[in-house]
Design a protein around this ligand. Structure first.
Ligand code: SF4
Length: 306
């Protein structure tokens, strides 16, 4: 077993700091074990242009998550109590699936919500390197990460792709059961910035090969929160970073009882956040069309969720 897996013996991979022994079957908040619980490996063309490129990114979706967002658009696989159906692949099968996708001209390998599965992520990357596959590694995270663990990823991750969801602890508690999210995510993104700086380096095909992109998903009824997130990024980090502003929120069935979340974002709400972003001087990144909610509805019961 790789030394990295010893981190699971007293799990402090994320700010939940559960200190459970996942190697002995104990389960912490995320309820993830010590195996390769993978919900999907698939090509995704709908990420930011520099992430998807023209051939898409190979995304590895781990099951479970250390953040439990009420509105999660990947709720089928991210719930703590989610059950994976069917065959659980071994490492060599996972690597073979990824290699097949990379052989089709895909240049990047994304790990989606990997915080609770870092030893497994490293094992996959290490196995690919052994076979002379060196895709760009994208760490696609909620940013509810531990700075100490992020420091160990400096040589492993090429592109950090964190969300920055909230600066408001009440909202973070209500929607994601993580009142310390603003503080932890702020620290985590500062560490990512320390490692990568503000230059997003693209290769000759326009695919990101190095850097940091911060995502902000605008939630209905939470315009002030989004504006404060952008102010934090500009003030505490830099307005020179690359920001991806997202309007793709849509209400999943799980939010039917949460009135504020049980609707789409309005055009006026989104425009207000876009205006704030422009006013703060961000010049690098992407602003989704307001209609994007109609196009981003993954279904993890199908072979290709996107
Ligand atoms: S990764 Fe899971 S078990 Fe480990 S500290 Fe975070 S929530 Fe707890």
């Amino acid at each position: 077993m790789d030394d990295d897996f010893m981190l699971l013996e007293n799990c402090r991979l994320c700010p939940r700091n559960c200190q459970v022994n996942r190697l002995e079957g104990e389960l912490g908040y995320c309820r993830a074990g010590s195996g390769f619980d993978i919900a999907s490996i698939s090509v995704h063309l709908g990420e930011e242009p520099a992430i998807s490129g023209k051939n898409g990114i190979c995304n590895v979706f781990f099951a479970h998550c250390n953040l439990q967002c009420a509105y999660c658009q990947n709720h089928q696989i991210s719930r703590r109590d989610c059950k994976l159906s069917g065959h659980k692949p071994a490492l060599h099968e996972i690597v073979n699936t990824i290699k097949r996708i990379l052989n089709g001209g895909v240049e990047s390998l994304g790990f989606v919500s990997p915080t609770h599965m870092i030893p497994q992520m490293k094992a996959i990357i290490r196995a690919l390197h052994k076979e002379d596959y060196f895709p760009y590694i994208v760490y696609n995270t909620s940013a509810y990460d531990s700075v100490e663990i992020l420091k160990t990823l400096e040589e492993w991750v090429d592109i950090y792709l964190p969300d920055f969801k909230y600066t408001d602890p009440d909202l973070a508690t209500r929607y994601s059961d993580a009142g310390n999210y603003p503080e932890m995510a702020g620290r985590a993104i500062k560490e990512m910035y320390r490692q990568k700086g503000s230059t997003l380096r693209l290769n000759e095909n326009g695919v990101a090969e190095w850097g940091l992109i911060v995502r902000q998903l605008v939630l209905p009824g939470a315009v002030e929160n989004s504006k404060k997130v952008l102010r934090y990024l500009a003030g505490e980090i830099s307005e020179r970073i690359t920001v991806s502003l997202m309007s793709q929120y849509y209400p999943v069935p799980q939010v039917s009882k949460i009135q504020a979340l049980n609707r789409k974002l309005t055009r006026d709400e989104y425009d207000e956040v876009v205006k704030e972003m422009d006013g703060l001087g961000f010049t690098k990144g992407w602003v989704q069309d307001h209609e994007s909610a109609d196009f981003y509805r993954p279904d993890f019961d199908s072979e290709n969720p996107f």
